[in-house]
Design a protein around this ligand. Structure first.
Ligand code: TXA
Ligand code: MG
Length: 320
């Protein structure tokens, strides 16, 4: 791990690392972010590994210009209005993902929506322009630790798991961005932040706050809109029936030929498995089978988040 003052040369180096799939921490006006190329499945999986989160929380894709979002999300009038008014700034908008969005499915944690924002920090904006791709960035802290507002905080929390920290001083806002869900007719604040409800209501007539029952910013995995496969899942499978598709893991796959199968990671690499999880579930779900048998995944590191997601997907539907 290296810490570099955010000179033009350091920003160019950081952008090159991001394009290679490495993780780079960078300053925004709210908190430091742990960035990865949003279009690189492996890099996005590495973020979850670095943060040591037991669950796949959906991530925010950061861009430098509103037009950079045209390929990623479906705009609506409220989003255009708020983007014009508050961006760059500490406001994150949750919008429908475009079906052909190049952003990794894992970044949305299986949702059909994507959170996006333009940060108001010159280093972040220069880095995003130099990278030329959307960058997902959760707060650059290990799971359960405070969000970092200085480069030293990042180094303490994530030292082994980040290639480069771009140092750009102390974050001016110090708390994470406001997260506003614009995917329903009622614009709803999922996470409060520096852009307040009152400020939003000066642009949109009415803005709501998430209650405990609906959205749940704390546990987005429980959201009703969370993607669940149509086919039933059977976990810890050590056999596969003729009418089942197989989601395999590791080198020791017990069926040869015959059964339709996809392997999350033939080498048993959990980061690779995480990067393939949502895409492979979706792929198998489209086929004409009566169920998906899933081989055991070790409950270590990223395997804990993978198992968490699989258990949710396998749970009885009215409990999801
Ligand atoms: O200020 C910030 O937003 C910082 C800086 C680095 O930009 N980033 C940040 O990311 O706080 P993170 O991953 O720590 O928090 C993202 C929040 C979480 O509460 C997550 O549940 C929510 O945004 N979120 C992301 N995508 C979502 C989606 N598709 N639907 C609902 N909530 C989403
Ligand atoms: Mg966070």
């Amino acid at each position: 791990m290296t810490i570099l003052a955010a000179s033009p040369a350091a920003i160019a180096q950081a952008a090159a690392l991001l394009r290679e799939g490495k993780l780079v921490a960078f300053p925004t006006e709210t908190v430091y972010g742990l960035g990865a190329d949003a279009t690189n499945d492996r890099a996005v999986a590495a973020i979850y590994a670095a943060k040591g989160r037991p669950q796949f929380n959906p991530l925010i894709a950061h861009v430098a210009e509103a037009r950079d979002l045209d390929d990623l999300i479906v705009w609506n009038d409220a989003a255009r209005l708020l983007a014009e008014h508050f961006w760059p700034g500490p406001l994150t908008l949750v919008l429908p993902r475009r079906a052909d969005s190049p952003v990794a499915l894992l970044a949305s944690a299986g949702l059909d929506t994507l959170a996006v924002r333009i940060p108001a920090h010159p280093v972040a904006l220069e880095l995003l322009r130099a990278t030329g791709r959307p960058v997902v960035a959760p707060s650059a802290n290990a799971s359960g630790k405070l969000s970092p507002t200085t480069p030293a905080h990042v180094a303490e929390s994530l030292s082994d798991n980040v290639e480069l920290i771009l140092a750009g001083g102390k974050c001016a806002v110090g708390v994470e961005s406001t997260v506003l869900d614009l995917t329903t007719p009622r614009p709803t604040i999922l996470r409060p932040g520096a852009i307040t409800r009152e400020m939003l209501e000066r642009q949109l007539s009415r803005v709501f706050e998430a209650t405990h029952d609906d959205a749940s910013p704390k546990s987005p995995g429980m959201m009703a809109s969370h993607y669940a496969p149509h086919l039933p899942l059977r976990l810890e499978a050590t056999t596969v029936a003729p009418d089942e598709a197989l989601l395999a893991f590791g080198p020791d796959v017990f069926v040869k030929g015959g059964a339709t199968r996809l392997n999350l990671s033939p080498t048993g690499d959990l980061t690779e498995a995480a990067s393939n999880l949502f895409a492979m579930l979706r792929q198998l779900d489209q086929l004409h089978f009566n169920g998906i048998a899933v081989m055991p995944i070790p409950a270590l590191g990223l395997g804990i988040a993978i198992n968490d997601r699989l258990q949710r997907a396998a749970a009885p539907r009215d409990a999801v």
